[in-house]
Design a protein around this ligand. Sequence first.
Ligand code: 5AD
Ligand code: SF4
Length: 360
Amino acid sequence: MTTIKNLLQKEDFTKEDLVFLLSVRGEEQQLLFAAAKQVKEKYLGNVVYFRGLVEYSNRCNKNCYYCGIRMGNKQLDRYTVSDEEVLEAARLVQGNRYGSMVLQSGECSGKAFVFRITRLIETIKQRSNNAIGITLACGEQSEETYRQWFEAGAHRYLLRIETSNEWLYKKIHPQNKRHDYSARLACLGLLRETGYQVGTGVMIGFPMQTVEHLAEDLLFFKQQDIDMVGMGPYLVHNDTPLASKQGNVPSLEERFHLSINMIACLRLLMKDINIAASTAMQTLHPFGRETAIEVGANIVMPNLTPTKYRENYKLYENKPALNENAEDTKKHLERQIKSINHCIGYDDWGDSRHFHVRNS
Ligand code: 5AD
Ligand code: SF4
């Protein structure tokens, strides 16, 4: 008990400190949560920001070993949401006063794809009179594409590093130029230089990953001075190569504890960044999302993808709310968030405070 109390007094953590903190359970874990909660309250208040999520396309040029929509998976129908449907989602964002939306997609880089995204950003910005903040999660792109989308009006970008350890990265991706760790890292740099609020993240509890790797991931976020983090548990998808390694995956309970401790530790380490309560967290545990918020997360992404497409955007098994409409999702979320004494930051982009502090 003395160790954890002493550790929680510290302003900064070493890798060894983080390995210890990620491993705590029971009473010690409660102390970790209480400290993280206090930091969030002090720096950000008990406010949760919504981002209406559109899973724009499940077409992807890549073959990540863990992902259900990898190019090699032929067990699903490929789709791209129509422009009209994206604009309808944007209307829902405004009607529901969410303030922001996220366009997430498998990785495509053709000219037509890049152009369509540019036009959609411009149209959403125009039609909402700049009321809607736009975050993109469309993978690795050229510097020119990042700039084009930024100039069109997108101002935040999420690109998960998946794991900050290059050796481990190679284990969960094919060995070719399309899945190159250095290229991914370089993209994070390009995004920063372009002017975006930059988000990254990792999967937690996949085969071969250790607590030491996770501690390194947290230090990586800090070292990169990242503005936003979205991270969540690894969940198996049966039609992927990594599914054959299920024996090496920590139990569901263990992955839940690791994920929640990761969020709490990150809040202690980076006090004013945005941290998302991921959908994968909610898949793993019925109160996963609320727990994530209670220990440090401040962003939630209600799914606004038209329901007919959702079955085909399954990155992992048992993804929730495949049929829930926007209205039900909103009511459900509002109730849950109020039940943990948080409020919702309506009509606000909910930018990363960290980004603005760095740039002021
Ligand atoms: N389990 C959990 N997260 C996954 N992702 C992809 N596949 C899985 C999986 N099986 C995450 C990756 C990716 C994001 C879009 O979804 O971190 O960056
Ligand atoms: Fe494509 Fe992203 Fe899935 Fe990799 S994780 S296969 S890049 S959608």
